[in-house]
Design a binder for this molecule. Structure first.
Ligand SMILES: Nc1nc2c(c(=O)[nH]1)N[C@H]1C(S)=C(S)[C@@H](COP(=O)(O)OP(=O)(O)OC[C@H]3O[C@@H](n4cnc5c(N)ncnc54)[C@H](O)[C@@H]3O)O[C@H]1N2
Ligand code: MOO
Length: 404
């Protein structure tokens, strides 16, 4: 048997970063930067008010209460900003640019008649009730990031917060690696499409849904290859039709069964089938096949649904990350104390689906890591990793957890 760490390295080495393209921000979710991105604009781009209220010179309101003439009104978006004369105030809204000469904002609640002061036109004068120190309620240009600064390095996966950050620093497009197109193929003559009725001996194909959506979550584009029966010629013909794929992920047919077409066909194409010292997910296949003249990485996952989930997390997502150009593919393990005791298979690392119970970690379902418990899988919030040499976990033990 090969160890989990060695097998994961082998799988990740199958992929290399795909070509690059410039993509509008809203279309780049889950994609990975192909080059460093620098700030065109500072954040904030100009000094502005953090409150609806009045811009003043703090020295003019040191002896509050004090009444000042309101010399101008500055809504957000105003671009021609007059200078504040000593002894006057300007009405200002949250996000509006600070007038030159002002050094603090008095929020409207700290003025006399606050309701009147924000109704319609600015009042002629305002009575400030409390003194404010210099800098109060101000947001300074560049306090988050300065123009020209490195904002995001190459190799970083982009989500909603990264992409909104790129918008805020002046970009409409981002140069990323092409989104990997991943073929998903579930095998097994017992499988019926989701929603279809079952004859005795048949089961719904849940793996196709699981793998397709995990591919999407990992930043790939999923293509469902017509779900194959246990017929080796049809299986081979189906794969040959999809030479444009960047990778292929199959489920089922990798153990010792008599009708394992995946193994039969793909071994001849160069896929290596091995036993990995882990539970669930022991039987695995991986390698490069050639469709037309294109070499394509292939992962063959076992059929059991929990094995598929674990294998997609630790291998499938890693392969998609390397195809996407992601620089950090390490699993973000954290150490947590166990809140339960359980046994683990001798000589195999265990991936236990877990949830947090206060500050402890416990199995997510009564059945533990049994690989057929497809319904209970949805309770999982993390995967605990128990190394191969450990044979039982006791309450209070430190365990490595990957929170999902
Ligand atoms: N003699 C041995 N038998 C088995 C071994 C072994 O070492 N020797 N390993 C066991 C382990 S561990 C696993 S994991 C499974 C892997 O089996 P396969 O990859 O060959 O998968 P199948 O036999 O096709 O299916 C296994 C199981 O999963 C269900 N399944 C399959 N596809 C789907 C799907 N798309 N959606 C939902 N469920 C699916 C299938 O009905 C089976 O119950 O082998 C053990 N056996
Ligand atoms: O490796 Mo299997 O996944 O234990 O059921």
């Amino acid at each position: 048997m090969i160890s989990f760490d060695e097998y994961r390295e082998r799988v990740l080495a199958l992929g290399s970063a795909l070509s690059t393209e410039a993509v509008p921000l809203h279309a780049a979710q889950g994609m990975v930067t192909a080059e460093p991105v620098f700030a065109r604009f500072a954040v904030p781009p100009f000094d502005n008010s953090a409150m609806d209220g009045f811009a003043v010179r703090s020295e003019d309101v040191a002896d509050a209460p004090v009444t000042l003439r309101v010399a101008a009104d500055i809504p957000a978006g105003r671009t021609d900003i007059p200078e504040l004369e000593p002894g006057t105030a300007m009405r200002i809204m949250t996000g509006a640019p600070m007038p030159k000469g002002a050094d603090a904002i008095v929020q409207v609640e700290k003025t006399a008649n606050p309701g009147q002061n924000m109704l319609g036109e600015a009042p002629d004068e305002v009575t400030i009730l409390e003194a404010v120190p210099t800098g109060r309620n101000l947001r300074l240009a560049g306090e988050d990031i300065a123009a020209g600064e490195l904002a995001v390095e190459a190799g970083v996966r982009l989500g909603a917060t990264q992409l909104s950050a790129l918008a805020s620093i002046g970009h409409g497009y981002v140069t990323v690696h092409r989104r990997p197109v991943i073929g998903v193929l579930s095998t097994g003559s017992e499988l019926r499409k989701p929603g279809e009725d079952l004859l005795p001996g048949q089961i719904p194909d849940s793996n196709s849904t699981l793998v397709r959506l995990m591919v999407r979550d990992a930043g790939g584009r999923d293509i469902l290859l017509s779900s194959s029966t246990d017929d080796v010629d049809r299986f081979g013909a189906t794969i040959e039709e999809h030479g444009y794929l960047d990778a292929l992920i199959t489920t089922g047919g990798v153990s010792a069964g008599a009708f394992d077409v995946v193994k039969e066909y793909l071994t001849k194409q160069g896929v290596d089938f091995v036993a990995v010292a882990q539970q669930p997910g022991k039987p695995q296949g991986s390698g490069m096949i050639t469709i037309g003249d294109r070499p394509i990485p292939v992962l063959c996952l076992p059929g059991n649904p929990v094995s598929v989930f674990v294998s997609m997390k630790v291998y499938g997502e890693g392969l998609i990350a390397t195809l996407s150009g992601q620089s950090d593919t390490d699993i973000p393990w954290q150490f947590w104390k166990s809140g339960a005791s359980w046994t683990t298979p001798a000589g195999r690392a265990q991936f236990m689906p877990v949830v947090a119970d206060g500050d402890r970690v416990i199995p997510a379902a009564a059945g533990g890591s049994k690989s057929h418990l497809v319904y209970s899988l949805m309770k999982t919030r993390g995967l605990a990793y128990i190394p191969a040499e450990v044979e039982s976990v006791d309450e209070g033990d430190d365990v490595r957890v990957w929170w999902l």
